[in-house]
Design a protein around this ligand. Structure first.
Ligand SMILES: *Cc1c(COP(=O)(O)O)cnc(C)c1O
Length: 460
């Protein structure tokens, strides 16, 4: 299986190379040259299998000869062994035709663990085999950083540096990043906001001397391997509700479009999905794009669902690529226009292709809080604010087809918003109840990107 860029102007890579590279050199995102498909019988045969077995079947056609079957099964087993639920991604019914897919039983209590735990294993294996060592640098608004720390701590072939905005992540998120004691992971608290952190990371990738010197690699959500790992729970949940004999729909709390794009891939692979509903908070650029056909950025408005506070939704480029009939030149042109003017108009053909697959909706701050209140009172479910955005939007799309809303984080990760709306302070699961007693290790960075580069060179 070969991978090419959405902008059509970067080297064609293997799965292993695409995973270790992240962003393509033409600024595009890697996609498989063809999407493998399953027959109805293949999908029916997944009924009753464990999460790990379904993961193997769904991902194996994409990984080429990077791993033997035995090795790949072993990496998958290790990736999910630390999850706090035997089903890994259990379904909970909340209404006759509405289900929650709980994706928060991993070590850092958000769905990011599903991909990050697996790519930690895959990176370590591939790098050791090649006798290589890399430095991973990532920016985070909270959940990606904690998931990466947990996935890469103690690995031998990787040094990990996470840049987060000082004072702007929740206490639980910060402690998950600052309490791992392994010497190969480093939490850097940067003065500024998430955009400052992201700009510093981009600067490092564009400084080719530094990039080659420290062997920089990236694990943000544009990494194809992360998208691939997320395709699995669309299959496991749909099959447990009767796919391929029954269609299902999904509603996905969306920021960078990685999670919902994994659903799109599942559908292209033959999974019987009717609609994929994009749920946004008040940062509703994707909802507006689907309604108007114009992708137009505005300033980010901080919300109680901060992991979805995003303006430039990177993985949307992948969906656009397919909507434009795999025309890399057209995508490159649209992305140039976005860079120049902060907006572009999606072509008639492309917008109708997107509307065939995707529905959308938004939740205001008030509607998000009301959904938390209501689900606690009516169903005894404590939702995190991101999942609350999801159920609010899902309720606008309920019908004869079973709806699965992705519950993307555990309520204890965002306790203040949850308590304000429900009156209940959500407790951390027992396995991490001592999080607030562990010692923190933080490197404060008050200078610019050159200070960060010096710290990285000193530490590796
Ligand atoms: C990252 C995240 C999202 C958004 O996912 P995308 O793949 O960026 O669309 C939603 N909810 C939570 C809790 C997250 O951590």
């Amino acid at each position: 299986m070969k991978y090419h860029s959405t902008r059509g102007n970067a080297p064609v890579l293997t799965f292993e190379q695409a995973m270790l590279t992240g962003l393509a050199r033409d600024g595009g995102l890697y996609l498989p040259e063809t999407i493998p498909t399953f027959s109805k019988a293949d999908i029916a045969a997944m009924a009753g299998l464990s999460y790990e077995e379904i993961a193997f079947r769904v991902m194996r056609p994409f990984t080429g000869d990077t791993f033997t079957d035995e090795k790949f099964a072993d990496l998958i087993a290790k990736a999910y062994a630390g999850f706090g639920h035997a089903a890994r991604a259990p379904l909970v019914q909340v209404a006759p035709n509405h289900f929650l897919l709980e994706l928060f039983h991993g070590p850092t209590l958000a769905f990011k663990d599903f991909a990050m735990q697996l790519i930690g294993q895959m990176f370590e294996f591939a790098l050791k085999r090649n006798g290589e060592r890399v430095t991973i640098v990532g920016a985070t608004s909270g959940d990606t950083g904690s998931a990466a720390m947990e996935a890469f701590r103690g690995l031998e072939a990787v040094d990990l540096f996470i840049l987060y905005p000082h004072g702007r992540v929740s206490d639980v998120q910060r402690r998950q990043m600052t309490t791992p004691s392994e010497a190969n992971v480093h939490a850097l608290a940067v003065d500024g906001d998430f955009d400052t952190c992201q700009a510093a990371v981009k600067d490092m990738f564009n400084d080719f001397d530094f990039r080659d010197d420290v062997r920089l690699a990236g694990v943000n959500s544009i990494n194809w391997a992360r998208v691939l790992a997320q395709v699995v729970y669309y299959f496991s949940s749909a099959v447990s509700l009767g796919a391929p004999h029954r269609e299902v729909s999904f509603t996905v709390p969306t920021g960078n479009f990685g999670d919902i794009f994994a659903g799109y891939i599942a559908k292209q692979m033959g999974l019987t999905i009717d609609k994929l509903a994009i749920a946004t908070n008040q940062n509703d650029i994707l909802h507006r794009t689907l309604e108007t056909g114009v992708y137009s950025t505005e300033g980010v408005k901080p919300s109680i669902s901060p992991s979805m506070d995003i303006q430039v939704s990177s993985n949307f480029e992948r969906a656009l690529y397919y909507a434009y009939g795999s025309d890399g030149a057209a995508i490159a042109q649209q992305m140039d226009e976005l860079k120049q003017s902060g907006a572009f108009t999606v072509s008639q053909g492309a917008i109708s292709a997107l509307r065939d697959t995707f529905a959308s909706g938004r939740a205001s701050e008030g509607e998000t809080a009301a959904a938390i209140t209501r689900y606690h009172a009516d169903h005894g479910e404590l939702l995190c604010p991101h999942s609350a955005v999801g159920v609010h939007v899902a309720e606008g799309h309920l019908g004869a087809t079973p709806m699965i809303t992705l519950a993307t984080a555990h309520p204890a990760k965002f306790p203040n918003a949850v308590e304000a709306a429900s009156g209940v302070f959500p407790a951390l699961p027992a396995r991490m109840a001592d999080l607030f007693e562990r010692d923190e290790r933080i490197t404060r960075v008050t200078g610019g990107v050159s200070d960060i580069k010096t710290i990285i060179k000193d530490r590796i």
